[in-house]
Ligand binder design. Structure first.
Ligand code: NGQ
Ligand code: ZN
Length: 439
């Protein structure tokens, strides 16, 4: 892993980096510039089904697993063109919300019947194209997916388009590395312990370059914790810590269900936990033990995952609110050292961005934005805001989007809260949605 962390000018407790108007293209006087947020977990295609899995099924037993069947049916409809249109819309929305990097956990690799496209990387390239068009930094995480469950059950009919053998998977990574550039990196994702048998996991991990980021879904549902315990003899996080060299290259997505030893073990490993509060709430997963994990010194970030919400504000707000509801206390994430909840949360996500994504997101370059966003200073929600409360106002007041301008790698891609190519991208998205919903 590369050891040089990009210089970060922004310091949460140390006020605001002066930004000259010259280098930022007409920034409003007095504008607050904050570091861009990395979205550590995205399944782009799920943006197109947001709000469409909220109807009760025939029984009163709707769950993560019944949602997954609905999601699989929807996943079966995509081709490279529709994926491209949906991802571009999503990435434009992310930028408008202040996300400047996305880690795309991508498993819709093949045609619906499981056969490879003529270009086996066609679906991945659709995502790369969407990122280039919108200007978001992309860490593309092609997903290794081999089995339908812990017991190595074969892939189900609807999972066939996700699958690879080890060689095919490593070839895909190789092909995509040729696309890497200043704002595009390729990492590795293991879908879950359910979907990747231990021997395949070891072979893939041994074949990766030393600095590759590795993301995995780990312990989202109590059902999968119980099954892992029954079949592998340990809880998922325990099993992973004991069977892989988990370190700072790793991001554990939905490490929701952790016992005390696992909390300490993950924190010690240097891995990042990607918490996706709105999706985890939507799917009925459970609550991440935030306070204990922070006390153990663990690294963490946020993801919008299924994109029922595309907003760092909502992820951070609900991360804190979940803890308040569970403990009947307030200001859970803050500490005696940094009393502002919003500042503590933003610092957490900025600190993990480089380690988890391998991208220099969250840095404000000396003299002007690198990856950053500004807040609309003329919004009533920010009236009279000072350095000490502006981040809390951004996270905890109201529902009007406050992001004004967004820069990625110094390029301004959002102005007045709107992506520069938003209209064209939304037009294409509308057509793709008609095609998907007709299918
Ligand atoms: C996914 N999503 O791969 O899209 C998963 C569901 C699974 C979330 N876990 C499928 N939120 O875990 O098997
Ligand atoms: Zn996921």
């Amino acid at each position: 892993m590369q050891t040089t962390t990009p210089a970060r000018v922004w310091q949460p407790a140390a006020g605001w980096q002066p930004v000259s108007n010259g280098s930022t293209g007409g920034l409003q006087a007095g504008a607050r510039v904050l570091p861009g947020v990395a979205n550590l977990h995205s399944h782009a295609f799920q943006r197109a089904m947001a709000g469409m899995a909220e109807r009760r099924g025939d029984s009163d037993r709707d769950s993560f697993w019944t949602w997954r069947e609905t999601m699989y049916r929807f996943a079966g409809r995509f081709d490279p063109d529709t994926l491209h249109a949906v991802a571009a819309q999503l990435y434009a929305e992310m930028l408008e919300a202040g996300y400047t990097t996305v880690c795309e956990f991508h498993y819709l690799h093949h045609a619906p019947d499981g056969r490879s496209y003529d270009d086996p990387a066609a679906m991945s390239r659709a995502l790369v194209q969407a990122a280039r068009e919108t200007g978001i930094r992309l860490t593309l995480l092609p997903v290794m997916y081999m089995a339908g469950g812990f017991d190595r059950r074969p892939l189900g009919e609807r999972q066939r388009r996700f699958g690879h053998d080890v060689d095919g998977y490593l070839r895909l990574l190789d092909a995509l590395r040729a696309e890497e550039g200043k704002t595009m990196r390729v990492g590795c994702a293991l879908h879950s312990l359910r979907a990747v048998p231990p021997d395949a996991m070891s072979t893939v991990l041994a074949a990766l370059p030393g600095d590759s980021r590795i993301h995995i879904h780990i312990a989202e549902q109590t059902g999968e914790v119980d099954e892992c315990l029954a079949i592998r003899g340990a809880r998922p996080v325990r099993w992973l810590l004991d069977n892989a060299r988990v370190d700072a290259r790793w991001t554990l997505v939905h490490a929701t269900h952790l016992d005390d030893a696992e909390i300490a073990g993950v924190a010690r490993s240097g891995a990042t936990v990607a918490i996706c509060p709105t999706t985890e709430a939507n799917l009925g997963d459970g609550l991440f033990p935030l306070r204990d994990y922070l006390d153990a010194g663990g690294a963490w970030g946020i993801g919008s995952d299924s994109h029922i919400s595309v907003s760092p504000v909502e992820e951070l707000r609900w991360l804190e609110y979940g803890q308040r509801l569970a403990t009947r206390r307030r200001n859970i994430a803050a500490s005696a050292a940094v009393r502002s909840v919003g500042e503590t949360l933003l610092a957490g996500v900025v600190d993990s961005a480089w380690t988890s994504s391998g991208q220099a997101t969250g840095t404000i370059a000396a003299g002007g934005p690198g990856d950053a966003f500004s807040l609309a200073v003329d919004s009533p929600l920010l009236a009279g805001a000072g350095d000490g409360d502006v981040i809390d106002r951004w996270v905890f007041s109201g529902n009007r989007p406050l992001v004004d301008r967004v820069w990625v790698d110094g390029q301004c891609v959002v102005e007045g809260g709107r992506h520069r190519r938003g209209a064209e991208i939304a037009g294409r998205y509308g057509k793709a949605m008609s095609a998907l919903l007709a299918g």
